[in-house]
Write a protein that binds this ligand. Structure first.
Ligand code: BG6
Length: 451
């Protein structure tokens, strides 16, 4: 089976990593801006990012030249509601309206993420963000506004990007590391975000019954370091808790019993109201957005030589794989397995919402020969093709990223784009766009609807 005719070949960015203009035209401060500010001395922040806000027309014409069928981007809640609530910021609305209009005029399907790591800071100050149930209704209100403003032109929505990562990183939720109630608050945020996502889905279904809406889950594949039963059990448990349990809540509207058990054991059970059950069950996903980059190898039995990726487990190097500059593995074959596993479990259409390769890169005679990214694209698309052949309902692929963006962890050194953005961490220059080799390669793939 080849790629379906309507397959959504795309590329992705997110607001704080792409737009810049972080205080322009009335936009409010966000958790993402605050996180970047903390590292301002050592790397780029979100003030300019890829300067997408000022390169709108140029970027959409590059998308057209690339032949994109879809473009995944996020709306910054704080550009629409600078304080997360209250008055709508008309200049923010105008920016996204213009972007969506341009995309549609150019036959590029917008895939819109409603929250990508950038909770309005005002909500953190006022309510501790998603710790409070108030934030659920404010998020629903913001989503309703987006549906009202843009719903006639948007067919694909994503509610929350990587909630499963946010709840592992206190600062992504605006929480303090030394808060004695941190564990409990993280769980409350997790639970409240499930409700927020479900409510937004219910609202969207009511307003636009034909639209497609779902979550976007981080979905690395976990391998055991050895076949020792303890290693195998650990890999299995992490995979379950990190990816499949959240997917279960989004797809079936139930809290995974093992998760509930963990909350009980750790005394972190969130406040649950009687009405929640029906909200979760009514607000289930139409499709699953998954962000899949690589595999991670974990060990329960040896604790030497580990390196840290921010998850509280021992991550090992897999001797059978090669690794990139940031210790992310190169393991395309695992993508097919992951897609199959996810489809067999949840039977929902899947959209790959992020997948890509990062490198330290620089211009060489005005060009960027990103050979590894070309290979990465080829090898991962080949596995997508195989997954389709074996019956997975894969509806789209959003390459991460369209242009170089601000990495969520490594500033502007860690480049993912098909298009080079000529700036570095501290020298912003003009942010000129230069097409990399991968741009031409991917254009060819799209033109041929596959390899
Ligand atoms: C995903 C995020 O987790 O990974 C993106 O949704 C992020 O925002 C991407 O950029 C890659 O991570 P990083 O830390 O390399 O930017």
């Amino acid at each position: 089976m080849s790629f379906p005719k309507e397959f959504l070949w795309g590329a992705a960015t997110s607001a704080f990593q792409y737009e810049g203009a972080y205080l322009e035209d009335g936009k409010g401060w966000t958790v993402a801006d605050e996180r970047c500010k903390a590292k301002r001395d050592i790397q780029a922040d979100s003030s300019v990012a890829s300067d997408g806000y000022h390169h709108l027309e140029q970027d959409v014409s590059l998308m057209k030249e690339l032949g994109l069928k879809s473009y995944r981007f996020s709306i910054s809640w704080a550009r629409i509601y600078p304080d997360g609530e209250g008055t709508i910021n008309s200049e923010g609305v105008a920016y996204y309206k213009k972007l969506i209009d341009l995309l549609v005029e150019n036959h590029i399907e917008p895939v819109v993420t409603l929250l990508h790591f950038d909770i309005p800071w005002a909500l953190v100050e006022k309510y501790e963000g998603f710790v409070s149930r108030r934030c659920i209704d404010l998020y629903d209100n913001y989503c309703r506004t987006c549906f009202k403003l843009f719903g006639n032109k948007v067919n694909y929505w994503l509610t929350i990007n990587e909630q499963n990562v946010m709840v592992m990183m206190h600062d992504m939720l605006g929480l303090k590391k030394d808060d004695p109630q941190l564990s409990k608050k993280l769980v409350q945020c997790d639970y409240n975000m499930y409700l927020a996502s479900a409510k937004a889905i219910i609202t969207c279904h009511k307003m636009y019954p034909n639209a497609h809406i779902g979550p976007c889950v981080s979905y690395p594949t976990f391998y055991p370091e050895t076949c020792h039963p303890d290693d195998v059990a650990l890999a299995y448990d992490i995979q379950d808790m990190m990816a499949f349990a959240p997917m279960e809540t989004y797809v079936y509207g139930t809290i995974n019993p093992m998760v509930m058990n963990k909350w009980i054991k750790e005394d972190t059970v969130p406040n649950i109201l009687e009405e929640d059950d029906s909200i979760l069950k009514e607000g289930t996903a139409d499709y699953l957005g998954v962000n899949w980059y690589c595999t991670q190898t974990v060990s329960a039995t040896s604790r030497n030589g580990s390196f840290n990726i921010g998850i509280d487990v021992d991550i090992k190097k897999n001797p059978y794989l090669e690794y990139g500059q940031w210790n992310w593995s190169y393991d395309p074959r695992a993508l097919k397995m992951a897609l199959k596993e996810c489809y067999v479990r949840f039977k929902k259409p899947i959209m790959i919402c992020e997948n890509g390769w990062s490198e330290l890169e620089e211009l060489c005679d005005g060009k960027v020969h990103d050979i590894k990214r070309v290979q990465y694209l080829h090898d991962h698309i080949e596995q997508m093709q195989k997954a389709l052949d074996e019956g997975v309902n894969l509806i789209g692929y959003q390459h991460w990223s369209f242009v170089d963006i601000l990495s969520s962890s490594q500033g502007f050194d860690k480049r993912y784009g098909l298009i080079f953005v000529d700036r570095d961490n501290f020298n912003i220059k003009e942010c000129q766009r230069i097409k990399k080799d991968s741009f031409y390669y991917y254009r060819n793939v799209i033109e041929n609807n596959g390899l």
